[in-house]
Design a protein around this ligand. Structure first.
Ligand code: PMP
Length: 306
């Protein structure tokens, strides 16, 4: 039941009808920025919960600024467009919305100025991104881009070549995911996830200056750890070998949710099984992301499929 749907060139249409020209500038030069918003299906209440949608759009509009993309929409307009797209898709299962703001001119030439900008959003389905078991990781030989190259603060499409190089190497070597170090050799993040570790009982995560994307799931987990468990998260640089001796480690991300890391570079993390704090945070996150905790109602947009 349901069909992938798009808002494209100002209109709502089935995804299969949304096409762009092959000379579109963003396709050639990576001059676009995207988002990823999950809609979690609550079968009991028969609605979808779009999770922290406006926060996702705020971050995307910041990336638009960096890319010199101006859209005729603010985050409220983008949220309304997304709700309508989701309604029309008719899905009654977990969905994923993929908005993209891009340099839409069909023109040859590397630049950001003097080009048309456009925006689309797609509503489709997406299962668990990294699976539901424990994740086996390696440290990538590719370094995460820094702010002096391309800003890691936005989900700028060109950056994802960096992530894809790391991910494919990791998968071909038999690992589930890559952990990228930044230019200084500190742990930055996964190819599409933020990373946390529990070290000597403390919850730690790389700081914003370690070339990370400021993940919304990262922020959610930090708030849940603080409000629900009374645990402060320490944001600081993390060495690669600190991960080897951590009691627990996990990834966070919209596609991934909260996923336990069970080994890094063939060293088991803790017991080699998902750790107790990871499991607690996973459970708290699932409940909150389903729209079930009224304390966090600001994070929810409920949608009844058409
Ligand atoms: N880092 C990168 C590079 C990502 O692509 C993502 C996924 N959007 C994340 C971290 C996690 O961010 P969020 O929790 O906002 O999805």
């Amino acid at each position: 039941m349901g069909e992938p749907y798009a808002f494209f060139k100002g209109q709502y249409m089935p995804l299969k009808d949304a096409k762009i020209g092959i000379l579109t500038q963003a396709l050639h030069y990576g001059t676009a920025c995207f988002g990823g918003i999950r809609g979690n299906w609550d079968a009991e209440r028969q609605h979808l919960c779009l999770f922290r949608m406006k926060d996702h759009y705020r971050r995307q509009l910041d990336a638009c600024k960096i890319l010199n993309i101006s859209l005729p929409y603010d985050e409220n307009d983008l949220a309304e467009i997304t709700v309508e797209t989701v309604k029309r898709s008719g899905f009654k299962e977990n969905i994923y919305c993929r908005p993209l703001a891009y340099k839409a001119s069909e023109a040859i030439g590397v630049k950001l100025h003097g080009l048309e900008d456009d925006f689309f959003v797609i509503a489709t389905t997406l299962g668990p991104y990294l699976g539901t078991g424990g994740i086996k990781c390696c440290t990538s030989s590719w370094r995460r881009v820094s702010d002096s190259q391309i800003s890691p603060r936005g989900k700028i499409t060109g950056i994802y070549v960096n992530s894809a190089l790391a991910k494919t190497d990791a998968n071909r070597a038999g690992f589930d995911e890559a952990i990228m170090l930044n230019e200084n050799g500190h742990v930055s993040e996964g190819s599409g996830e933020n990373i946390f570790a529990v070290l000597k009982g403390q919850l730690i995560t790389p700081a914003p200056y370690d070339s990370i994307l400021l993940g919304i799931t990262r922020d959610t987990v930090m708030q849940l750890a603080k409000n629900e468990l009374g645990i402060d998260t320490i944001e600081r640089s993390i060495d690669r070998s600190e991960l080897y001796v951590a009691e627990e480690a996990f990834f966070t991300g919209t596609a991934t949710n909260v996923a336990s890391i069970i080994s890094v570079d063939h060293r088991p993390i803790g017991t080699g099984q998902p750790g107790p704090l990871t499991t607690k945070l996973q459970n708290l996150f699932s409940e909150v992301a389903l729209g079930r905790n009224p304390k966090y109602s600001d994070w929810y947009t409920f949608v009844k499929p058409a």
